[in-house]
Design a protein around this ligand. Sequence first.
Ligand code: F6R
Length: 247
Amino acid sequence: MNIKHFTNHDESSAHVAQYIFDRIQTKIGESGTFVLGLATGASPKLMYQNLVRLLGESELDLSGLHTFNLDEYYPIRQSHPNSYFQEMYRSFWKPLNELNPTFEIPNGHILNGENPKPEFECRIYEKMIEKAGGIDFQVLGLGVNGHIGFNEPGSSGTSRTRMIDLTPETREANKIYFGNDLEKVPTNGLTMGIGTILESKEIVMIVTGEKKRDLFQKLEQRDTPTEEIPASFLLNHPNTTFYSDLE
Ligand code: F6R
């Protein structure tokens, strides 16, 4: 496992943001395009602030930058204040477009949690990623139960984008975003599959928060993947780095 340790979250966030910025600058310079996979949640929030500032204040032409989010609740309206659509609009797409209008908001893609045909939605999403040339760089956070995206324990390492039942742990962990009311947390999610994620050319996982300490230790001790800890499938990926601010 390739792990980089940091003493605090500010430092690791700034470091990841600078690293991704450099990657985008290089590839946009060479080919004009970059496909960035994004996660929602607390772990990448500060990194996004840094990255939006770096990209926003740069002279880069970002018209070839596309972003694809990992997942979305299901069912949920895109206009719901807690949809991942709204989270990304607030924290990434809109502020970036305001600072550097060459980034076009419609180039920020996310699974649509209000499509009445979720299987169709997932198939189209895979096609869109493929058409964009595949994901150059994927950002991940670590779920308290080891999930990546909404790939809950038991997910296969070859799974594709699909609808999934959220586990009680995940709904419990996310209820703070729904006024601490478990009833309001959607029961399902749409998520890129583990197989889909592993096709990314490069992956960074941001590991932060005391609640992840034991789990991350378990992950560090493994050398083979297990369906019980979906994040362990990253051991099969040739270019993944874990950025941890846990001592
Ligand atoms: C969100 C996602 C999830 C989170 C994970 C950690 O798009 O894919 O897998 O990354 O649940 O969440 P935080 O960062 O809030 O601890």
